[in-house]
Write a protein of this length. Sequence first.
Length: 755
Amino acid sequence: MAEGKPRYTPYKQPAGGWGAAAATAKVLLEQSVVTKGSRALLSMNQPGGFKCPSCAFPDASCTKKLEFCENGAKALAHETTKFRVTRDFFAAYSVTELMAQSDYWLEMQGRLTEPMRYDAATDHYVPVSWDDAFALIGRHLRALDDPGQAEFYTSGRTPNEAAFLYSIFVREFGTNNFPDCSNMCHEPTSRGLPPAIGVGKGTVILDDFDHAEAIFVIGQNPGTNAPRMMTCLVEARRRGVPIVAVNPMPERALIRFTEPQDIAQMATFGSTPIASEFVHVKIGGDLALIKGMMRAMFEREAAGETVFDHDFIAEHTEGFEELRDDIMAQDWAEMVAVSGISEEQIRRCAEIYIRSNATIICYGMGLTQHQLGSRLLQQVAALLLLKGNYGKPGAGISPIRGHSNVQGDRTVGIDEKPTEAYLDRVRDVFGFEPPRAHGHHTVESVEAMMAGTAKVFIGLGGNFVRAVPDTDRAYDAMRKLDLTVGIATKLNRGHLVHGKDALILPVIARSERIETAAGEQFVTIEDSMSNVTASRGVLDPASAHLLPEVEIVCRMAMSALPDSKVDWASYIDDYARIRDRIADVYPAIYADFGERIKAPKGFHLDIAPRRRAWLTPNGKANFLPLPGLHVDAPVDDPGMLRLATVRSHDQFNTTIYSYNDRYRGVYNDRMVVFMNAEDMAARGLAEGANITLETISTDGIVRRVEGLTAIDYPMPAGSIAGYYPELNPLLPLAYYDPISGCPAAKSIPVRVVSI
Ligand SMILES: Nc1nc2c(c(=O)[nH]1)N[C@H]1C(S)=C(S)[C@@H](COP(=O)(O)OP(=O)(O)OC[C@H]3O[C@@H](n4cnc5c(=O)[nH]c(N)nc54)[C@H](O)[C@@H]3O)O[C@H]1N2
Ligand SMILES: Nc1nc2c(c(=O)[nH]1)N[C@H]1C(S)=C(S)[C@@H](COP(=O)(O)OP(=O)(O)OC[C@H]3O[C@@H](n4cnc5c(=O)[nH]c(N)nc54)[C@H](O)[C@@H]3O)O[C@H]1N2
Ligand SMILES: [Mo]
């Protein structure tokens, strides 16, 4: 539990600034890494150093500035902590005892130090040699009736080299079961954008922020989750660029921000207003807002004005008439009701967009995690097409990814629905026939565990069982497995909710040196804007018994596939060889990988829409209208509230750094519900009332979370928010976007119940 009494006090200062500087110092001190941590900070995101293990926002690694932020420092401090989880620790606590501890407590115990195996006789994890651990994995995998009975999860901190080999190992083993953290995150980007613009990635690079004439930030909280992006926003505002922030929560950093690295501003207690237009949208109201903006544009065209880029539309797109028919069929009153935004403000947003000759739209989980998330993103893509906002400086679509290498892992083969062309390349390069049938994404892998058809789960990073929906049922499903393997830096819930056999395999972290028989190795990652850069750790590994992720993947493969066609041993020591194979499998984007990665800033992977080239079946960019105004199935219940599960300022996904959420004014508590005053009054709730939330669902399962504190917060009527992962028990597994499989974590229909 949290130390100290819960406290809820609005945060009035700008985000960033001295608060961020103080928080950085505090976390370094708490993890007792002041000297080591500060030395490592100097190497983070600098040429020759390592990449921040936190978010995927690019760094301008050419500059001489220190490129880190408060939350990058937290991630690093927790990675370089002096605390250790040793064999004595596991001897002292049974798994049942550990299960009773909070996620925060588990995280605070420190870095894992040696491989451990679950011993059912004593309910303790006990030391195991690496050889025996790999032998156990091999035995379980070889014993399966069908390779599809194993699920191979990846979390996005894994570097390209390990992810690429993992994808080859799993395919040679015989399955495309690649549940991935991306399946819960930006999968709607990866699946929704290709039919529209031919690529499932962003089309913007960092330089574009210097040329944009308007920036929209929709469903994203950059001050907390991508703080380095704040530099771009601050600079844009100083140039007078309008910034439109669309969010049901008036996130502090979107309103006012002080750059902790701007010495003059820090010294004068100055700050920069960020959003010139704050759009207080209802949860799930973005489709209505975007359609309203488009409707305002079509009306002005009909009145004789030219607001669209007609040449671009004629030369590069298809489906414009269908879009117009759909948009003109929408009713203003309904768009206002569903979005919660007045017609006047919607028209003002349209005006900002019309006046700008180069617009960037950034977005995050507020758009992706809805039942029609992929289709919603196609409307964002369409809005940009109307003014030719692709392939010109300062314009484009900019999904802000989560994990530092989540985009890269996907690029190098972590994909449950691989293309035939890719599989042919794998066959030609490695000489085995990869399976052609599609595999499981995250939700399907949980379904397979529930059904008892899955037998083995291997997690290359992450905290699967805590990140997925329907916590209670996911725990039950996980416990049915024959073997669970957690390849990790830190102890987490996923190691405690385990199969009959279970292994914890500790790895060398991003900030640490990888020394092999062939000398010091580096890894590579791809950021949210498709820049591929090298990452070299500078610190000694947390323990002498850790292995690099690459070696773990190779040795799992060697154990599971005794007759493998792949020379796994040769990749363990020399990562340049892995990069050569990546170049062989992806010649179009990764040719000469080994040479190009030597550039201090790395290189940019080709993004065809930047050249106004469209890799779609018809060779055009496509308008793909989505009928109606709803991105989540409407619920016929007058007491229904839409719940968004969000991140606090002091967490990295399932890793809880503290119980505070400074910018939202919450201290010593995570079991809170942010709620509009009228919604509270209508339910007879006073500030601080203790409440229970219950999911409104049709499957007959009761999903409840008790012990929540309602706090009066400026939310739109009918919209509430609380923290992930504590509220994951409320999210039904079946509640996801069918195109991408992404759970609708931002709009769970719930009611307040008294029990
Ligand atoms: N420090 C830190 N950094 C991180 C992470 C972390 O946990 N901590 N996680 C990383 C990962 S994996 C990811 S994916 C990213 C996540 O980064 P974000 O996408 O910023 O993540 P969230 O906090 O889930 O929510 C985003 C915002 O969506 C808003 N929102 C909710 N529902 C709606 C809606 O219907 N419409 C609109 N317009 N907005 C809505 C919420 O109010 C919130 O401000 O950050 C990455 N970076
Ligand atoms: N309700 C709800 N659910 C959500 C979300 C939401 O907004 N709401 N967000 C979703 C999103 S966007 C995401 S990305 C997922 C996140 O899901 P995951 O990626 O599975 O979860 P993390 O919490 O990031 O994983 C943390 C663990 O990773 C391990 N780790 C850290 N660094 C390394 C490393 O360098 N190597 C290895 N091998 N392991 C490492 C540590 O042991 C740590 O405990 O959760 C999803 N779930
Ligand atoms: Mo994510």
